[in-house]
Design a protein around this ligand. Sequence first.
Ligand SMILES: [Zn+2]
Length: 215
Amino acid sequence: MEFIQSLNELLFPSRCISCSALGLSLCSKCRRGWNPHIYITHIGRGKESLRVTSSVLYSPIAQKVILAAKENHLERADVLISSAITHSLENLLREEWVDYLIPIPSRKSATRLRGREFIKEMAGPASEKFRIPLQSPLLHGRRVRDQSGLDLQGRRNNLEGAFVVEMEVGLYGNAVLVDDLVTTGATLIEAARALRYAGIQVIGAVTAALAQPLR
Ligand SMILES: [Zn+2]
């Protein structure tokens, strides 16, 4: 096994995910753009409000890491994202009790194309490490148009009713949403709204990356 591993490295040497320099998953220069820390933001207002814990700031480097994992299934990029999610959750667990994790689902077409439920896979290591089960009661309810170019209110209107909740058994206790990236927060707010309406207690969200500003 070790032999195959080193043969693989010989044939396909590691390159920096961001700038392609030979060596590490992220070279020391690009590492500065993926430097796990803790960022806490509050999205939504009043009873819709949600606390989001993230690990890295979104940057061109973070964008490349997320794309490499999501669209190219690059294992080294997966590890960076799942570790960032684990880091965020670890921080949240210092203050909150969490009974289960709910990954934001991808559209069926995206899942088919990627051959996997991306966020669910990225949440796997955190779920295992802290022994917190993953639950998937969220489903996409209807088609929504592309979010890019829309502001928070535009996104919220676009996403209204985007999720439906389907539960085989009742889910009791504290739920935390998981996503790769939070931008305006519209997706997380809408997902939390749908879940809370179904009686699920959503106490927060964790993401790998945070894009600022949150407007
Ligand atoms: Zn680099």
